[in-house]
Write a protein that binds this ligand. Structure first.
Ligand SMILES: Nc1nc2c(ncn2[C@@H]2O[C@H](COP(=O)(O)OP(=O)(O)O)[C@@H](O)[C@H]2O)c(=O)[nH]1
Ligand SMILES: [Mg+2]
Length: 456
């Protein structure tokens, strides 16, 4: 599968870069890709290594000086990572040795690779799709076992397969509908046969499921936005400090201490938690505090989870009167704090309320468990059977776009507007194509690959 839409980017330069991290190590690897790679290897090692065999070689520079000895590997095109001629040189992993080896390779005609350029070439030569290219970067950057697992699944093509299946179903449906439009004489009554509505509903369901899995994956990658809200003096700032183990927010027993939004981040089993402490929610005439409360409400809109704090001694009234509306679809937990003062034991009171003491730490581990559950970190069974899909913001945007278009198409189908229905399906198909890279722009590609590390 060649990506024929981008031939002008096809680069004939031969590129080279250090593929291992700079610094000291047992070995260091330099990767060379492009038409000149075998010629460079021949100069460097005095003989072209046998394809796909590890050959022990001496490496010389152009002036004939012996720089190092190690292994050279030759992957002839197109059976290489990039699809081009590729040479890998494994030398001793020292800064000076590697610098000199790379210098020798550059003197022989390669140029330094840009970040992500090897993966970009692999994509352009149809070796991997865009989702898989991104999965490589995500696998390298993953901060938890779960993130690594879901990146690996994307790299294996699981995410791409789901998207491609959707695109195929969309294409089939589109041609069916367009046939109905083009040959009205045949009187294919699209509505009457019920098939279209049925297939659309099924498509919608599929997109919804992928979107949910992608949202989980996005949490693993981007982290979870947690917003702490509650009345003044319930211990919100204390909780932020507890979770981040830093004195980020000022804690006093004076109600209204926190008047602005305070944010800090911490890692929970490799997943970033971005925690926002807010001004206490109460009726006030103080304009600064009012602004703080307005910002607290705003922060709620971006939250992945909401922690609503109350004083355990007032928990009963508090349960019935939430100070703000927490959007229902956002997971939220009522935290009945200061159980050291109320004298009640820590623990879950109901599924959605947890009694704890931020001050003593009693019940805090249950809060951590809840947060992990929220992010899907603990649902291992789910992760193994089609759980989180390592997704980026752009994937989510495209999936939401496709979802909306299919929703609209269902409406058009019900109303019997076949042309509009076909157009919505085309939109959905385009949005999905952006995910795997069958429909894309140079700008997007440049942006995606520039975020990779060099040598990848
Ligand atoms: N006894 C006790 N006091 C707490 C607890 N959590 C917070 N506090 C105290 O409650 C007061 C208000 O805390 P703060 O974090 O500033 O509340 P905020 O206004 O909601 O941010 C401070 O004096 C804290 O030390 C707790 O679990 N137990
Ligand atoms: Mg506070």
């Amino acid at each position: 599968m060649k990506n024929a839409f981008l031939p002008k980017l096809q680069n004939t330069d031969t590129i080279a870069a250090l593929a291992t991290p700079p610094g000291r190590g047992g070995i260091g690897i330099i990767r060379i890709s492009g038409a000149l790679a075998p010629i460079i290897a021949q100069h460097l090692t005095r003989q072209l290594p046998h394809p796909r065999h590890a050959s022990l070689c001496h490496f010389h520079n152009r002036q004939g000086e012996l720089l190092d000895q190690g292994i050279a590997l030759y992957f002839p095109a197109p059976h290489s990572f990039t699809g081009e001629e590729v040479i890998e040189i494994q030398g001793h992993g020292g800064t000076v040795v590697m610098d000199r080896l790379l210098q020798a390779v550059l003197e022989l005609g390669a140029r330094p690779a840009r970040p992500g350029e090897f993966s970009e070439r692999a994509f352009l030569n149809g070796k991997i799709d865009l989702l898989q290219a991104e999965a490589i970067a995500d696998l390298i950057d993953s901060g938890s076992i779960q993130a690594a697992r879901s990146a690996m699944r994307s790299l294996q093509g699981e995410f791409s397969k789901k998207i491609n299946e959707l695109v195929e179903a969309l294409t089939a449906l589109r041609s069916y509908i367009e046939a109905g439009i083009d040959f009205p004489d045949e009187e294919i009554d699209l509505l009457a046969d019920g098939q279209v509505l049925h297939r659309l509903a099924h498509l919608l369901q599929q997109v919804q499921q992928i979107l949910a899995q992608a949202q989980q994956g996005s949490l693993l990658r981007e982290g979870m936005q947690i917003v702490i809200i509650g009345k003044p003096n319930t211990g919100k700032s204390s909780l932020l400090n507890r979770l981040t183990q830093r004195e980020t927010a000022i804690v006093t027993d004076i109600p209204g201490t926190t008047r602005d939004i305070i944010r800090d981040s911490v890692n929970l089993d490799g997943m970033p938690l971005h925690i926002t402490d807010t001004a206490g929610l109460r009726d006030t005439t103080d304009p600064v505090e009012q602004e703080g409360i307005r910002r607290a409400r705003l922060a709620l809109q971006d939250a992945d989870a909401v922690l609503l704090l109350v004083d355990d001694r007032e928990a009963e009234e508090a349960q019935t009167e939430l100070p703000v509306e927490v959007p229902l679809q956002i997971p939220h937990l009522l935290l009945c704090n200061k159980c050291d003062l109320s004298g009640q034991p820590p623990g879950f009171v109901t599924e959605h309320s947890l009694r704890l003491s931020v001050k003593t730490g009693a019940g805090l581990e249950l809060l951590y468990d809840w947060l992990k559950r929220c992010a899907g970190l603990q649902s291992q069974a789910q992760t193994e059977s089609g759980g989180a899909l390592m997704a980026r913001r752009r994937h989510l945007e495209a999936l939401k776009h496709a979802h909306l278009a299919i929703e609209n198409s269902l409406e058009q189908a019900r109303a019997g507007y076949n042309e509009l229905l076909a157009e919505e399906l085309r939109q959905a198909q385009k949005a999905l194509g952006e995910i795997t890279g069958t429909v894309t722009s140079d700008d997007l590609l440049g942006k995606i690959f520039s975020e990779f590390c060099i040598g990848k």
